[in-house]
Every structure is written in C-alpha cells, then in structure tokens.
Design a binder for this molecule. Sequence first.
Ligand SMILES: *[C@@H]1O[C@H](CO)[C@@H](O)[C@H](O)[C@H]1NC(C)=O
Ligand SMILES: *[C@@H]1O[C@H](CO)[C@@H](O)[C@H](O)[C@H]1NC(C)=O
Ligand SMILES: [Cu+2]
Length: 731
Amino acid sequence: METRISLRFLLLFLSIALVLLFTWVHLPYAPPNTTELLDCTTNSPWCTSKNRFQSKLTNLLKKPPKPTRHHNHASDTPHHPLDPLTIQEVNEVRSILSSHALFKSSAYALHSIDLEEPEKPLVLKWKKGDPLFPRKASVVARVDGKSHVLTIDLSTRQVTVQETGSHTGYPTMTMEDMTAATLAPLANAEFNRTIIQRGIDLKDLACLPISSGWYGKSEENRRLIKIQCYSMKDTANFYMRPIEGLTVLLDLDTKQVLEIFDKGKSIPIPKAANTDYRYSAQEFHQVMNKLNPISIEQPKGPSFTIEDEHLVKWANWEFHVKPDARAGMIISRAKFQDPDTGELRNVMYKGFTSELFVPYMDPTDDWYFKTYMDAGEYGFGLQAMPLDPLNDCPRNAYYMDGVFVAADGTPYVRSNMICVFESYAGDIGWRHSESPITELEIREARPKVTLVVRMVASVANYDYIVDWEFQTDGLIRAKVGLSGILMVKGTTYDHINQIPKEENQYGTLLSENVIGVIHDHYIIFYLDMDVDGSDNSFVKVDIKKEQTSPDESPRKSYLKAIRNVAKTEKDAQIKLKLYEPSEFHVINPSKKTRVGNPVGYKVVPGGTAASLLDLEDPPQKRGAFTNNQIWVTPYNRSEQWAGGLFVYQSHGEDTLATWSDRDRPIENKDIVLWYTLGFHHIPCQEDFPVMPTVSSSFDLKPVNFFESNPILRIPPNVEKDLPVCEAAASV
Ligand SMILES: *[C@@H]1O[C@H](CO)[C@@H](O)[C@H](O)[C@H]1NC(C)=O
Ligand SMILES: *[C@@H]1O[C@H](CO)[C@@H](O)[C@H](O)[C@H]1NC(C)=O
Ligand SMILES: [Cu+2]
C-alpha cells in the first residue's frame, strides 16, 4: 500500500495536471521554449504524450487510415478547407505577427490562434480535389492590456485588425495565466504566513485559479481571478482537502495579490483517508465480484475510414471532425448518403459545444463567485487530456491529436485528444416477430451499431465526456457524461446530527468535514442545421388535447399535432414543458417527400434541467443562454459563442439571449439551432471521492427526411461472420 506519493510520481502527475488549473508550489513553472515545435519526447507539460496507441492500431487495421499518421505533426498539410491550422501554419502566423507593429510594443499574449474558416458558401461549394481557399488564421491577442482580434491571411501575409465592438470581458485565459495565477500568492509573505498558520506545509499546497465572474463596478478595468488552495498531504485527491475560507484575490495581469480573505481558521482541513481514487491506492479487502474482461472485436477491422486526418466516413455518414481549443471538438459538414438515391444529403453544417455554465448554489463569501463558463474562460479543448486507450475508448478506436498554441504562439501537440470508434452495446436497430396466430414464422431483428466521436475535458476537478454518436438510421445523438471530482466545502461538522436545523449548508455532508455543494451544469450546443440545403425553417409541432363534442364519439378527448412555423427569433425561444409537449423540427420548406411532407430533422430533448436562478442575478445574466432550452437564430458567423466572444468577466451583453431578442426573421433562412443540456446536481455520498458517470443526451432525428425506413436493407448478423473466441460465450 502506497500512501506517500513519491516525488517522481508527483512530477509525472503534475506534468499532466499542470495544463489543467492546478499547480504544485514547488514545481517551477517552465514556459515552453521558443523552438519551432516543443520536444514531446520529454515529459513536457505542454505535450502530455503518453500511451500512443495509433501505431499499433494501424497495424491491426486491414484498411489503415491514410495517409500513415506521423507522430510529431511537423509536416502536416491541410487537405480540407476546415482542417485546423497545422504546426507549420501556426509558425507562419507567429512570424507574420512578429513583424507587425502591434507586437513591437512591450507585453503581449496570444490567447488563441485558430483557423479562420472560409465563408460558408465557399465551403459548401468545395469538393475534394479542388484547390484550398487562401488559408487564414484568427488570432486573439492581448497587447498592453487591450484585447484584439486579428485575421492573418497566410498567402498574402496581410494582417487585418477586426473591430470587436465595445464588449466587456476578456479572452479565454491562457495556460500561462492559469499557471502563473496559482503560483503568484507565494510571492506574498502574508499568504505564506496564513498557510503555515493553518498548519499546512507550503510544499503540500495545491491551488486552483477560479474565474471570478462579474459582480459590479469595483471589478471593472482589471482582469481578476480568485485563488483557492488545498492540501495535497497524503492524497492525490487534494480537492477533498480544501483550506476553507481562504480566498486570494489576484490581478491576473500584474500577478499582484490584492486581498487575502481568511475567515476559515476554525474549519479543519478534511482528512486524507479514503480520498484517493487511484487503483493503486485501493485496499482490496472489500467484497467486489470481479467481471471477466470484455471488449468489442471486429475480425474484419473497423468499417470507418478517416481521410486526411479529419474526414470520417462510416456507413452512410460522412463528416469532418477537428479539435478546437475553445469548443473541444467541432463536427462539420455532416452528410448522409440517401440509401434510395445514393445522393449525399446535407444534415448539419457545424455542431459543437459552444459554452458551459456551472453555477454553484452557495451565496457566501468564498463561494458566490463560483459560476464557471468552462469554454470561454478556461478553453474546453485546452482542458481535454489524452484519452486512455482501452478505458476511455475501446480497442477498436482511432485517435486524433490536437494542435494548440502557448501564449507566445508556440504550437504544441495534444495527443489522443479525440477518439472515433464503432460501438455495439447489444442494442436492437429494429425488429419484428410474429406470433403463431398468424402462422407466419417471422423473427426479423437487426443489431444497432453506431459510430462514436469522443472527447473528455478535465476542467480542474470535473470531467466532461462529450460524445457525438452517429446511427445508421440517420440519427445523431449528442451526449454529455459528468465524472471526476466534486468541488467541496470544508465544514466543522462531521455528522449531520450536529448541524443546527436553521443553518444552511448549501449541500450534502459527504464525509467528515466535507460538504458537496449543490450546483448546476449547462452545456449549450451550437447546431447549424442545413437540412438538404441551408434555407430551413423551425417548426414547433404542438401536441394539444382536443375535446370531442358529445355526439361525435364515445371518446371524450384525443391528441392532435398542430404545426407552427416560427417567423422570428422570439417564436423559437422554447422552454420545455411536460404538460404542453411539442416536437421541434428543422425543415426544408422547399424540399418535399414523395407524399408531400417537408424533409426535416427534429431535436429530441432527453433528461435535462433548466436554470432557476433570478434573471437579474449577475451569473444568470452572463449565462443567459440558459434562459431557454432551445433557441433559433439566423446564421451569422460572428454569433457562435453563446456566452459572448469575450466571456471572462463579461457583463452578459453579448450572449445568445441578447442576439435572439433582436427578433430577426428566421423563416426559410439559413438558421442555427441551439440546445442546452442541463443537470441539477445535489451531491450524494457515492460521488465521493470520485463520481460515477452521470449522462444525459439529446437527439437530432430524421423526420420525413427519408421516404421510408433507411435501414431496411441492412443485413442481420450471422454466426459465421462473428469471431469465436476461445473462452466461449457462457451457456
Ligand atoms: C513563500 O513560500 C514559498 C515556498 O516555500 C517560497 O518559495 C517563497 O519565497 C515564499 N514567499 C515569501 C514572500 O517569503
Ligand atoms: C451578426 O452578429 C453581430 C454580433 O452579434 C452583430 O453585430 C451583427 O449585427 C449581426 N448581423 C446581423 C445581420 O444580424
Ligand atoms: Cu456536478
């Protein structure tokens, strides 16, 4: 039993965890060097290259994805107009910027360097084999405290400074911001004294940079962050050992400590016992019946191919996938080949997680500001760590790497960031059997096999598992799983019978001196649907009770579907209601089926939650995209980030809610559908010390898109096609 963590392990763990929000005080922050590409053969925190599986997989595949993948990506070239910037292109951007007047002055930081996608009509026209459009980069930079958005044309080397308007708020933090913020308090003697007074050795300290939200005028004109710290002594799960009541207010630009709040001296630091979640730290005296190993085998190899690194083809689907520092991953140009006509039909131009909103429900001094916007504040993709083969994704998975940039513009590779795999969970695609009454001996059943594209972002304590699952029948399921570790609060109580009735704990006592604070999670998806073309309409199909007249029928009531086409944005601000149900269709009004129904896709909500906060509560204003579960806006390439372009400390004047309130026409136009997946989370003891995954999802489902069941002709499974493993199936 290993209870003390060796220094070696710590360094390894930190090399991965540093790129989260956390740092260990004695590990000096090592900025990436300025060579063309970081050397990922070392344990650099910027690379986190581990367990590379791809080379092994490539050998296993009958049809290896082409071209052969190269590990360092140094010679990658773009093949598709939406392919992300390559390492070479990022380096070109840096060189162009270095001679630009704006960057000649003193301090600057590059908060993001991303592909500036070509205009949508160009991309729609583009076919494989066509030359690429001039490649452009979109750069968000802060120079002398001012934010700029620049467009760089890589072919002409021209730099255009974009007008960003008068938005409040700051760009997504850089990794360097987060790392430096957690170290900064140590330059303050009072902070050190406070930690020591709490009985904590400075070498056991772990601190988190917590976005401060926006609560009023006193916070204006400076980038602020709050730092909270934990004890790492005797556990890797320092999140369970909060130094409660200690909050440091820091200027993120000057790294100056502005204030130290320390009101928690009476609150003990919870014990380390039973907090470690690593397999190596478990004691195996409990009764835990072991399962035999299980895996999917594909004796003929996977049936998907990945062309040019990013273009996925599987069953009748074709789509483009790319990693993104802010959104995590982006699915583009999702098309489905019609099984009747062979035509490749457009379904979705672009889909991604646009923003997250995670408000905690504790209004006290050390907690009220915890209302994270993980994509716009921390970078949902920046926080996506390498996936663990065989555990995060099954054996038959293909892994895709991301190329991101450090604050000085140095590109680095995040390996195994996305996985793509075929999934078979033993489910049924469709079936029918006949009873003996009909004397028809029919047993027709088809297995359901799907294709999953997965990414997991570990935003400090929490892990968000994002899946895009494609079905052979044309359905797309977007699923979010929550796991990882709770953000907990220290308390003096170690049993609920000590807690006075009138004293609000804002959560559940999970363990001695540990409270899991109630909170919500909202993940809003940007869904630019292009159903058989860009001009679409949003139709709310209400299911209404009709009362019969006394002589009409023995029945008193029945249900009727009433179609309402949304004319303007406000018609499409939807709050879900169980007793006033509706279906939500995106249709192409100018494309009809044989019998005259407009072709469409519908968004089918699953289990979800709505924000109940006061609309005037500062966090809710910033997270106003959760005021409705569904919104529809006219396509506008400047409106992609539901919480605004600059979310950090924003006041909430550039959100989806303000755009939608312009009430623009949306009928028979290129429209974007927005859907928010929500969770209320009242922590329970099973969430300690690490949470079993909780998932929810929604579907994009064809509705009169096909003339009939599109998977009628898929064959059933037969014994001879399936592998017979040595340990045979149980009898
Ligand atoms: C605070 O403690 C750290 C870690 O021991 C040390 O490196 C730092 O110099 C100290 N700060 C001050 C101001 O003494
Ligand atoms: C596009 O979005 C930007 C940012 O919200 C806005 O300023 C502009 O007016 C929008 N254009 C149209 C045509 O709605
Ligand atoms: Cu939660």
